[in-house]
Design a protein around this ligand. Structure first.
Ligand code: ADP
Length: 459
């Protein structure tokens, strides 16, 4: 069953139940009213006849004639009057005598003052009437034809209106649920068209700002993000392919050249060392890519423990200097510390070292003096590290992009690289709930600042 039909049936069912209850209440209260009203009519008739008989001394024959005449056109009330000893004083129609009074019945009326009951649809009322100090029993009976007709009409009308209302509710319910579900249907048709190759498609929006429109917009925003990340992925893969192709092409060309006959030993040696240098570049690139993949993990997959940042920094400096002996790094604390915790964060030692190595290497390789300065300071909320150099600096136009993967600034001619280092460093810093920023002036040098925030102040 479709949601549309389910909602229509539910809506119709609930409203029909309310209508049914409402009609039932009206019908039963009308039934009750009719009964009460007819008993009070019987009461009035009984008293009137008794008054005519006792007070006005209208003779029996006249009263019976009136009864018989009226009976032709309307359901006249049949009245019988007894004394308390069950002697019949007057009867409208002894020939008909619909209610067969008994001695016990008369005694019961005498005792209780009034009785009411039904006999074959007729309503019967027995009352005690006192005239000149003597008790008399009057029994009045009649069939409320007019009242029953009114009740049947009410029942028929209610059922008809109920049936028409249910039909009306069902069709209007279907109409409105169609109106509500149409946009959903359109969304589903359009969503079926969206695939990895057609990520540019979007769900229709009406601009009405209702819940469905909001759902479409949220879905479209998600598709935007997916499309961007697909594009970034494609871009990333083609960048990797491009970065790998250049050193590979160089290695192939160098080895092909060396393969040709008649080469001297010196030429062979040059070919081998050139190929080796390119192979090393490839190895560095693949290591960087592996680190980037690691840093892109879900943080929950990476092991974090308490690490002292000064120790990681010293390791990173050692690593950089082992690769290039010309690089000089100066490291200093901006203030004294008393406790290890003051300069420790919860982090992954390996990834932090990769980030620091990148920043130190950049500082050294982009400065003529190959010198980097690293300063560490802390307070109760954070630990800050600043990597400074007096190198060539970064152009203003490059500054917003240098953290993008594979982006190399206009100063890239100065030194080789792949443009992965800073994007990797930023990922690692973010993984450690930190931030990284840069200030740079062309020809004066650059300064990269990292802040690691402590979630709980430790002192
Ligand atoms: P790579 O160093 O391999 O080019 P990075 O991602 O480490 O890649 O850096 C991206 C770009 O940022 C560099 O190409 C360079 O233009 C600029 N850059 C980074 N660090 C410095 C620095 N200390 N001084 C000058 N330019 C820098």
């Amino acid at each position: 069953m479709t949601a549309r039909t389910r909602i229509t049936l539910l809506f119709t069912g609930i409203t029909a139940a309310i209508l049914l209850l409402f009609s039932a209440v009206i019908y039963f209260s009308a039934k009750e009213n009719r009964e009460q009203e007819f008993y009070s009519l019987l009461n009035k008739e009984a008293i009137t006849k008794a008054n005519l008989f006792f007070n006005a001394h209208v003779d029996k024959k006249t009263l019976q004639d009136i009864y018989h005449n009226n009976r032709q056109i309307l359901n006249e009330v049949e009245v019988a009057i007894y004394d308390s000893s069950f002697n019949l004083l007057y009867h409208d129609a002894v020939d008909i005598d619909f209610v067969k009074e008994t001695k016990t019945m008369i005694e019961q009326i005498n005792q209780e003052g009034e009785i009411r009951f039904y006999q074959e649809g007729w309503q019967v009322l027995g009352i005690k009437h006192v005239f000149e100090g003597k008790p008399y029993i009057i029994v009045a009976a009649a069939y409320d034809e007019y009242g029953y007709k009114k009740l049947t009409n009410l029942l028929n009308d209610s059922l008809l209106i109920l049936f028409l209302s249910i039909a009306f509710l069902f069709f209007t319910g279907r109409f409105f649920s169609k109106k509500v579900f149409d946009p959903l249907k359109k969304m589903s048709v359009q969503a079926k068209q969206i695939s990895a190759n057609k990520l540019n498609l979007r769900l229709p929006t009406s601009g009405s700002k209702d819940e469905l429109d909001e759902l479409s917009s949220t879905f479209n925003a998600m598709l935007n993000r997916l499309e961007n990340s697909f594009d970034a992925q494609k871009h990333f893969v083609s960048n990797i392919a491009h970065e790998l192709r250049t050193p590979l092409a160089a290695i192939i060309a160098e080895l092909e050249l060396a393969e040709q006959p008649g080469k001297t030993n010196a030429e062979y040696q040059k070919a081998i060392s050139d190929a080796l240098a390119d192979a090393r570049k490839l190895a560095r690139l693949s290591n960087s890519l592996l680190d980037l993949a690691k840093a892109s993990y879900d943080p929950s997959e990476i092991t974090f423990k308490s690490v002292r940042l000064d120790e990681v920094l010293l390791d990173a400096i050692g690593l950089v200097q082992r690769v290039d002996r010309d690089y000089r790094v100066e490291f200093h604390f901006e203030q004294e510390f008393e406790d290890d915790q003051e300069i420790s964060i919860q982090g992954n030692e390996y990834l932090l070292k990769v980030a620091f190595v990148n920043l130190i290497e950049n500082a050294c390789k982009f400065s003529a003096d190959h010198k980097a300065t690293v300063g560490l300071q802390f307070d109760s909320e954070k630990i800050s590290l600043v990597f400074t150099d007096s190198g060539i600096g970064i152009q203003d136009a490059d500054l917003p992009h240098i953290f993008s993967p594979f982006y190399r600034g206009a100063n890239d001619r100065f030194t080789p690289g792949h443009g992965i280092g800073l994007s990797l460093t930023q990922k690692i810093v973010h993984l450690h709930s930190g931030d990284i920023s840069v200030t740079s002036r062309q020809g004066k040098g650059s300064s990269f600042s990292i802040r690691f925030f402590r979630s709980i102040p430790s002192f």
